[in-house]
Design a protein around this ligand. Structure first.
Ligand SMILES: Cc1cc2nc3c(=O)[nH]c(=O)nc-3n(C[C@H](O)[C@H](O)[C@H](O)COP(=O)(O)O)c2cc1C
Length: 286
């Protein structure tokens, strides 16, 4: 539970705290002063503390130090656009480990990504140990191999006759991708992890319908922030689609599932041209 507290001496009844409180934990009385009610519903989002110009609000269980003044963000929309439109997946890494302090810096930012009811329930599993990376590589390669057998059954007759054309095409793409992956892996080429020196896995609560969102929100924060430190990342779909395999090889927190997996390392190359994508499939009600 979280308890917002008000220093009445400092409060000027500006009303900002009540305005930003999305849960009506803070409302206003007839004089415009805040009334803190329904504290049991407070998510400790800290909007009230962060907006108060008088520093009159605090959240008892968190303490004021957690809400240090933030310098104004200076990223222009042009810079942000250029950053996002040139960010590419990284599959070529320098032969250089990622320092633990840097990984901690990344996770410190990733943990700030939003979660439903501000639950902040997600975990990070960091693997830099070469032996563990090799173990995961072998386990996932085996998984791809057995999944490929199933995919081949689905693309062959008679099973394919029961699939819609879109699904048939999807399965054929999957088959081709898995076959390429295995050809590389069998010839000793690390197609799965691309020799990344670090793997980071993102977990969320299994029974929470938003567990996956919590993990992937953190994953994308980490991926974007990593770029600013000269690092590159690439999502690993082979790992993300095999949480049960990963659970056999990693200490996944109790009641959590691995939903996200990225390869991380110092970028060998940077790209000079913009990303190209299909036009957005967007619907507007105006
Ligand atoms: C869910 C998901 C899974 C992915 N899995 C892999 C993967 O296993 N290996 C890989 O090299 N890239 C993987 N990618 C990266 C995509 O191939 C990449 O984002 C896409 O080709 C566009 O390239 P860009 O990110 O450089 O713009 C994955 C991306 C997503 C979103």
């Amino acid at each position: 539970m979280s308890t917002p507290t008000l220093d009445k001496e400092k409060c000027t009844a500006c009303g900002l705290c009540a305005e930003v409180c999305g849960l009506d934990v803070i409302t206003r009385n007839g004089d415009g002063y805040p009334i803190i009610d329904r504290a049991a519903y407070c998510h400790a989002c800290g909007h009230c503390v962060a907006i108060c110009p008088q520093n009159a609000l605090a959240i008892r269980e968190i303490g004021v130090d957690a809400f240090a003044p933030a310098p104004p963000a200076t990223i222009s929309s042009t810079d942000m656009e250029a950053f996002l439109l040139t960010k590419r997946s990284c599959r070529e890494f320098k032969d250089r480990p990622v320092e633990k302090a840097v990984i901690e810096q990344l996770i410190n930012v990733a943990r700030m990504a939003p979660t439903s009811i501000n639950c902040q329930e997600r975990g990070f599993i960091v693997v830099t140990d070469a032996g563990k990376i090799a173990e995961l590589r072998a386990a996932l390669t085996n998984h791809v191999r057995s999944t490929l057998n199933l995919v081949r059954m689905a693309t062959g007759k008679p099973a394919s006759l029961f699939l819609a054309p879109d699904s048939q095409q999807h399965m054929r793409h999957l088959q081709a991708d898995f076959e390429v992956a295995l050809r590389h892996m069998d010839s000793g080429d690390d197609y799965l992890f691309h020799h990344a020196p670090c793997l980071i896995f993102f977990t969320g609560i299994t029974i929470d319908p938003s567990g996956r969102d919590h993990a992937l929100g953190a994953q994308h924060y980490l991926m974007l922030y990593a770029e600013t430190l000269g690092l590159g990342t690439c999502i690993n779909g082979y790992a993300q689609s095999a949480p049960k395999v990963l659970a056999k090889h990693l200490d996944v927190p109790k009641d959590h599932t691995v939903y996200g997996a990225v390869m991380l390392g110092y970028r060998k190359y940077t790209y000079q041209k913009y990303v190209h994508r299909k036009p957005a499939l967007a619907v507007y009600y105006e």
